[in-house]
Design a protein around this ligand. Structure first.
Ligand SMILES: Cc1ncc(COP(=O)(O)O)c(C=O)c1O
Length: 369
């Protein structure tokens, strides 16, 4: 039989990761502010593990703070960086729970594979997020709509300009207590010039490079008083892909339509969950190529009644207006009808306020450090 740990420090050592000095003090000193925003407030801890010689080393839980990286590291020079985003909730129950974390682990592995980076093993990934959630459990907000957002990321740390992968990597998890990312119905700019991701590129990976490609259009949208850019396919600029950080759904003739995964769209976990949940609630759901000009015509004719976006950060966010290059505005007749119903159904499962018929949520044990 394995020996029983006699102290917290020993238990932690047996669990296979280090706890750096200052972790307990950082947790104790942390005060949860009233205003959280999205990513404004950093949790006081972070987890880090390094990969070299083909193996993951022992992970470490540290106080949140600056990290050292060589200026020539390929993560900085060549965007050798992939990441994830998921939330831990503590609304309906005493202990924290995660929503579909396995899907995030699998997507991180696919993203790493696309960039020829080593996969983060399932055990390293789950150790990191469970240690972070367990250690930070006291600062997970209890109010509906609030949660602890986790940002796992993997990056190449070897310096050098040769166009090949690093031989050393680092996997980290940082976290932020957050409110739902939302500023009311979104005002969407249809992007007809820049392209975010092409089939064969890295769009299906959650790779930083995709977000860099979207920044110019996002800035231009904000400068026009809009919220976000809507991306079209790279080949014909005809079919809807997604927003810069969310997938898109439209209600057409009372049924849900979402762009089929085309080899460039990020396969959102919220998107996938909504397809299942909406069908469960009796909606008909279509995954198909959605031509932007057809959708705009259907908004004008009233056949398309509602458009909304979805993702981990915002859950579901209604789209109040789409506008084109010629500044013509398209306003769906309903702003938050099916979206509100689906958002509440999904959030209630995530927050454990409703039964979870799909087995999507996973308990995390609180840790005392
Ligand atoms: C480009 C992009 N599309 C879609 C999504 C939605 O994905 P998920 O529902 O897994 O958060 C995100 C956010 O993670 C994203 O960054």
């Amino acid at each position: 039989m394995a020996p029983m740990p006699t102290s917290v420090a020993e238990a932690v050592a047996m669990a296979g990761y280090h706890v750096a000095p200052g972790v307990g003090a950082a947790l104790k000193q942390f005060v949860l502010p009233e205003k959280l925003g999205f990513g404004l407030v950093a949790a006081p801890l972070m987890f880090s593990a390094e990969w070299s010689d083909g193996n993951w080393g022992r992970g470490e839980l540290l106080p949140y703070g600056p990290i050292e990286i060589l200026p020539g590291a390929r993560a900085l020079q060549y965007a050798e960086l992939v990441f994830e985003g998921l939330k831990a909730y503590k609304v309906g129950e005493a202990g924290p729970n995660l929503f579909r974390p396995r899907e995030n682990w699998q997507r991180l592995a696919r993203s790493a594979q696309r960039l020829s980076m080593p996969a983060v093993s399932e055990s390293v990934f789950f150790q990191a997020i469970e240690v972070m959630v367990g250690a930070c459990h006291r600062l997970i907000p209890r109010e509906s709509g609030r949660s602890l957002y986790l940002r796992p990321f993997l990056f190449g740390t070897e310096a050098g300009y040769l166009l090949r992968n690093s031989t050393t990597f680092r996997f980290m998890v940082i976290a932020n207590p957050v409110e739902i990312y939302s500023s009311g119905p979104m005002r969407v700019a249809i992007e007809r010039d820049d392209v975010r991701a092409a089939v064969g590129g890295v769009g299906t990976a959650k790779a930083s490079a995709n977000y860099a490609a979207s920044l110019r259009a996002s800035n231009a949208a904000v400068a026009r008083g809009l919220t976000v850019a809507l991306w079209l396919d790279a080949r014909e600029q005809r079919f809807i892909q997604e927003l810069s950080g969310m997938n898109l759904f439209a209600v057409i003739g009372g049924e849900l339509h979402t762009p089929a995964l085309d080899g460039a769209i990020l396969p959102g976990i919220t998107r996938d969950s909504l397809i299942t949940l909406a069908q469960h609630l009796g909606f008909k759901v279509h995954e198909r190529p959605l031509a932007i000009d057809d959708l705009l015509a259907q908004i004008v004719s009233g056949e398309c009644t509602e458009v909304f976006a979805c993702g981990t950060a915002a859950i579901l966010s209604p789209i109040g207006l789409l506008t084109d290059r010629d500044r013509r505005e398209y306003v769906p007749v309903q702003i938050d009808s099916a979206a509100a119903q689906l958002r509440e159904a999904l959030l209630a499962i995530q927050e454990r306020r409703a039964p979870d018929p799909f087995g999507w949520t996973r308990d995390v044990a609180p840790l005392t450090l």
